[in-house]
Structures are given as structure tokens and as C-alpha cells.
Design a protein around this ligand. Structure first.
Ligand SMILES: Cc1cc2nc3c(=O)[nH]c(=O)nc-3n(C[C@H](O)[C@H](O)[C@H](O)COP(=O)(O)O)c2cc1C
Length: 195
């Protein structure tokens, strides 16, 4: 059977989604965020434990504080690694105006229960569902892994109402996209067929 994936909606959403780092100021309605989280929690979880919680942050000043906390730590860490392709990000981090959340109107923290061994995997699957659902609603997103550094700052964690028994797995920003940059090209997958 030949499957025409062009005509199946979920394939086009998966194909077209890209990380958005440039947003308009338009706010995302609560209902859209609820729909995105509702899609997130449809993800499979080990033992069906659903070990997640969500924090929706619209406080731009708090996001700015979190960004300002993370930037110097990132500069030091990424500077040490000095991998090819990191120069642009390093330059951005040196810019006092740069915000690691790209001035997105909303940050959603997907939190995983610390006492569930699979919670990082479960929350990552949830996060991908959320990013795809957002794209289907015309809403852009980006996983801001750098923001996990706020785990080291008890004051910011408290301000973000992150409970002590949960860890930040996926800091996701959402917003309506300003002009999009091209989607990074994927390498051909190496596939081994047995037999
Ligand atoms: C675990 C994880 C952490 C990421 N952290 C960041 C980040 O801190 N900042 C950022 O701009 N993008 C971040 N990204 C987005 C990736 O850079 C992006 O997914 C990748 O370049 C592929 O591009 P695409 O999402 O447009 O297909 C992260 C993605 C993942 C999965």
C-alpha cells in the first residue's frame, strides 16, 4: 500500500512545524493554551502515570529576570564547549537586549514529578504533542532548553510556583509567529531493515 502523506493533516503539521524565535505581540487566549495542554496530555506515559504539571507564565518581567539569570551561565558553559555553530548564539548572549525567550508572550513549563523515573521521557513526548498542536492552531513555539538552568535559582523557582517535588523538563515558549525563518533541513535518516 502506498500512503499519500501529503493529504493527511497530521503529516503536514509534523513536516511544517519549526522552532519560532520571532513573535508578534498578540496574546494567546487561555482557551488556546488549554487546548494545547489538552493535546499534550494525550501523549503516552510509562505505566500510564501522567507524571506532569504545567505552569503558564505570562509575566514578561519574570521571564526577563529568568533570562538575565541564565545568560551568563550559558555564556560560560557554551563558551567552554566551543562547538561549531555556537558563535551566533554566543554573540546573542553577549547582547544585553537578548532574551532567551525571544520576547514570546507565553512560557509554559512542563514539569515532571521527581519520584517518577520516566517523567523526563513522558514530559518530552507531551511537549512535542503541545508544539504540534500549537502549530495546527497557527501558534509558533520553541523548546528553550537553556531555561532549565533556573532550576539552580530557588528565588525564580518560587516566583514561577514550581513545586519542589517537580523538575522543569520542557520550558516551551508560544506566540503568534512574526515572519518565519526557513525550517532547518533534515539529514536523510539511516535506516537498517532487519531482515
Ligand atoms: C531539548 C531541546 C532544547 C532546545 N533548546 C533550545 C534553546 O535553548 N534555544 C533555542 O533557541 N532553541 C532550542 N531548541 C530548539 C532547537 O534548536 C530546534 O528544535 C532545532 O534547531 C531544529 O529546528 P526546528 O525545531 O525548527 O525543526 C531546543 C530543542 C530541544 C528539543
Amino acid at each position: 500500500m502506498v500512503t499519500d502523506t501529503e493529504s493527511i493533516g497530521i503529516f503536514s503539521v509534523i513536516r511544517e512545524r519549526r522552532s519560532v524565535r520571532n513573535y508578534t505581540d498578540r496574546e494567546i487566549p487561555d482557551e488556546a493554551l488549554r487546548a494545547i495542554i489538552a493535546a499534550g496530555i494525550q501523549a503516552p506515559t510509562a505505566l500510564g502515570l501522567q507524571p506532569w504539571q504545567f505552569v503558564v507564565v505570562r509575566d514578561r518581567e519574570l521571564m526577563r529576570q529568568a533570562s538575565d539569570y541564565c545568560k551568563p551561565i550559558l555564556l560560560e558553559k557554551i563558551g567552554e564547549e566551543s562547538r561549531p555553530g555556537t558563535e551566533e548564539f554566543l554573540a546573542a548572549l553577549r547582547n544585553p537586549e537578548f532574551n532567551i525567550f525571544y520576547n514570546a508572550p507565553v512560557l509554559v513549563l512542563v514539569l515532571g514529578a521527581r519520584d517518577v523515573v520516566s517523567s523526563v521521557l513522558d514530559c518530552a513526548l507531551c511537549a512535542e504533542n503541545m508544539m504540534l498542536a500549537a502549530w495546527a492552531l497557527g501558534i509558533g513555539s520553541c523548546w528553550i532548553g537553556s531555561a532549565a538552568l533556573i532550576e539552580q535559582n530557588p528565588g525564580i523557582l518560587a516566583a514561577l510556583k514550581v513545586p519542589e517535588d517537580h523538575q522543569i523538563v520542557a520550558p516551551l515558549i508560544f506566540g503568534y509567529p512574526a515572519p518565519l525563518s526557513p525550517k532547518p533541513v533534515r539529514r536523510e535518516p539511516r535506516i537498517t531493515w532487519v531482515p
